[in-house]
Design a protein around this ligand. Structure first.
Ligand code: FER
Length: 283
C-alpha cells in the first residue's frame, strides 16, 4: 500500500475527544503482581453498543503511557470523528513487572515471551469485563467467539510481543499489526538469525492452534531506515516460503515506508494506514 502521511490537523486536539481510563488487575501467575492497563474509550462511549478492541503494545523501556501521547489520542479521535475508523477501544498494557528495573532487550525479551498468557488470563478479562466489547463472556470461550473483533499490534518489543501472540493467542486475536520488530522465538533478533525456523514455527502455529489461513490477517509495516528493518524483512521473506499459510496480498501484507525510522511518530503513521482495514471479517 501507499503509506499516506497523517493529515496534520489529526495530531492537534479534536472537538470530539475520547477519554483514557485506568484498569487495575492482579496477575494470575505465581507473582500476583498488581498491574494496570490504560484504556482509550472513544467519544460518546456507550455501553449499550459493542466495540472492537485493539491491544497496543509499547516498545522496550516503555510503559502503558508510551503510546498514549496527546498526538496519538488526537489521531484516534480524528480518525473516528471523520468516519475513517469505526469507534473502538484501545488498550495499552505493559509486559513489564511493576518492580522491573532491567528494561534491556534481554530482559524485555523474556517478558514479552510469556505476555500472551497474561493478556488472555488477566488483561482481556479485566478490560472487557469492565467495558463493552463483542465478548459476551471473558473466559476462553468468550474470547474465541469474539476474536474477529480483537486486534493486537505493537512497536519494536511490542512487535515482538505481537508475533508471540500469533504463536500463542490466535484463539483471542484475529488481527495482527507487528510494527518494526521481528519474532524472537529463536532468540534475540531471531527473525533474521533464524529466519527459516521462525517462519516455519509461525506457519505451523496456525493449524496447531486449530485455525486455517482464512482465520487471521497480519499487516506488518516498518521503514527502510528503521533499525528493525533487516530483521523483520528477513523473517517476512522467509515466511514467503510458506504460501499455503501466508498469502501475501491476502491474509498478510508487509509495507515499507521509504526513509521510515524507529520512532513512535512513524509508527503512528503505520497505524493510521493499517488500522481502518481491520475488524472487517465477514462484512
Ligand atoms: C527488532 C526487534 C526489537 C529490533 C530491535 C528491537 C534492531 C528492540 C530493541 C530494544 O528494545 O532495544 O527487530 O531490531
Amino acid at each position: 500500500m501507499n503509506i499516506r502521511p497523517i493529515p496534520e490537523q489529526y495530531l492537534a486536539p479534536c472537538a470530539a475527544p475520547g477519554r483514557v481510563e485506568r484498569v487495575d488487575y492482579v496477575t494470575t501467575d505465581a507473582f500476583a503482581q498488581e498491574k494496570y492497563a490504560l484504556v482509550y474509550l472513544p467519544h460518546g462511549y456507550d455501553p449499550a453498543r459493542a466495540y472492537n478492541a485493539l491491544y497496543i503494545i509499547h516498545g522496550g523501556g516503555g510503559s502503558q503511557e508510551s503510546f498514549f501521547s496527546k498526538a496519538f489520542l488526537s489521531l484516534l479521535d480524528h480518525m473516528i470523528a471523520s468516519g475513517e475508523l469505526e469507534p473502538l477501544i484501545v488498550v495499552s498494557p505493559t509486559y513489564y513487572r511493576p518492580d522491573e528495573t532491567d528494561k534491556t532487550p534481554g530482559s524485555s525479551g523474556n517478558a514479552v515471551a510469556v505476555f500472551a498468557r497474561e493478556l488472555k488470563a488477566d488483561v482481556i478479562p479485566a478490560v472487557e469485563g469492565r467495558y463493552r466489547t463483542f465478548a459476551t463472556s471473558t473466559d476462553a470461550a468468550g474470547q474465541r467467539a469474539s476474536r474477529d473483533h480483537r486486534a493486537i499490534g505493537g512497536f519494536s518489543m511490542g512487535s515482538v510481543t505481537t508475533w508471540y501472540a500469533f504463536l500463542d493467542a490466535l484463539d483471542a486475536f484475529r488481527w495482527f499489526m507487528p510494527l518494526s520488530g521481528d519474532c524472537w522465538l529463536y532468540g534475540r533478533l531471531g527473525g533474521s538469525s533464524h529466519a527459516e525456523e521462525t517462519a516455519r514455527a509461525l506457519a505451523e502455529a496456525v493449524a496447531k492452534q486449530g485455525f486455517t489461513p482464512e482465520d487471521f490477517r497480519i499487516h506488518a509495516l516498518t521503514g527502510t531506515k528503521d533499525i528493525a528493518y533487516p530483521n523483520e524483512t528477513a523473517q517476512i521473506d522467509a515466511m514467503r516460503a510458506f504460501p499455503e499459510v501466508f498469502r501475501f496480498g491476502g491474509n498478510i501484507d508487509y509495507d515499507l515506508l521509504e526513509e521510515g525510522v524507529h520512532t513512535y511518530e512513524d509508527i503512528f503513521r503505520y497505524i493510521y494506514n493499517a488500522l481502518p482495514a481491520f475488524f472487517r471479517a465477514g462484512k
